[in-house]
Design a protein around this ligand. Sequence first.
Ligand code: PMP
Length: 440
Amino acid sequence: MTTYAPHPLYFDQGKRARVRDLDGRWYQDMLANYGALAHGHAHPALTRAVNDQISLGTALGGPSILQYQHAELLQAHVPALERVRYCNSGTEATMWALRTARAYTGRDIIVKIDGGYHGTHDWGHVSAFLSGGTPHRQFLPGLPPTHLAPGVPKTVLESVVTVPFNDAQAVADVLAQLQGRVAAVIVEPVLGVGGGVPARPGYLEQVRSLTADDAVVLIFDECATFRLGTWQVRHGVRPDLSTFSKIVGGGLPIGVFGGHTDIMSLFDPARPQPIYHASAFGGNSLSLAAGIAALETFQETEIAHLDRLGARLREGLDSAARDAGIVGSAVGEGGLSYFHFAATPPQNAADTVAAREGRDELRGLVHLNLLNEGFLTARHGLMCQHIVTTNTAVDSFVAAFADTLTLLRPYLADYHPDLLADQPARETAVPKPSIDGSGQ
Ligand code: PMP
């Protein structure tokens, strides 16, 4: 959702790391389309690739050499991608990875992370952060309730189990209870919309070995973490399947899933009863041309630049909060960051929910003031940079954030005294007038 109160800004163009609204006002883009972009807007190499390709046709009704070129570049980034297939979005990529795992194992049950976001298909919209929904008892006893988004059939809960992020013991317990019945564990290596929570050291290594022990397919959803150069490469943990979208499409819709040859060979049309994967525009030439240009211009130097910008941003925000005497900290990894008003950084989605409880209005005020100061972020706190974002832009953003916190001190004193580090918390905060419609 891109809406927020009092009304969302509408944009008409973007150039490098800035976007312009319909009133002609430019903003420093600290959101990068919710992390889906990394090259800035209208990057010359990407624009050229799209312009060149569009005059040659976009979908010619058969395989194209661009698919192989893109796949080779992707494989050079991510060695675990022995075979890949193309679709149109992260939603499709994770849906297909899950179906592939089910076909491969002959098992039905999926284990996903509470608050993990994998797009909008039914299996992904169980306890997905921001998808809302009502609490439901899980079919396995002893697990916290899960949430079903409106419109997702209850029958989905017969084959999806959710466990807290960063808790390998929970995965071990579920796999032990469901031995031989789980098709896949799917996980975002950095819990994205669930609060930008990085995996604890050792967590995903443990999940890797637990899944291997019961022949469960481990899926890393790296749709958001490709901006780290992928989590799996950075941390040396090899999943069975991985999913990608966003940056690898160079600003156009794309989804990619792939991994082990023996799993992906289920799609081989020469075998009896292959998995039938069709998609009118999956692997279309325009997205691939843009994606090839994006991959060619997103190498170690660019990833390292994003890492440095992210680290500089988080350090800056932490010291802005400290200097303003406000409780809160920045979390994230590489060029993917969040700010939480909380005494301790969240370790899972439940912590993120607790950190946000009753603070929608505060987050809304921060977001709106940053817009007033000329910076685009997400209301839920996500901040992502482009490879063309400069240190100076990050420093200006940190200064605007510091100004925002200072401006908000009287409001915090009235409504959230617990967030003022230098003031003893009052017994009760002033009752809050309801002026928010927080949107996302
Ligand atoms: N997985 C992750 C980790 C994502 O961050 C997203 C997009 N926010 C998706 C899947 C879904 O991608 P799309 O919006 O392209 O369907």
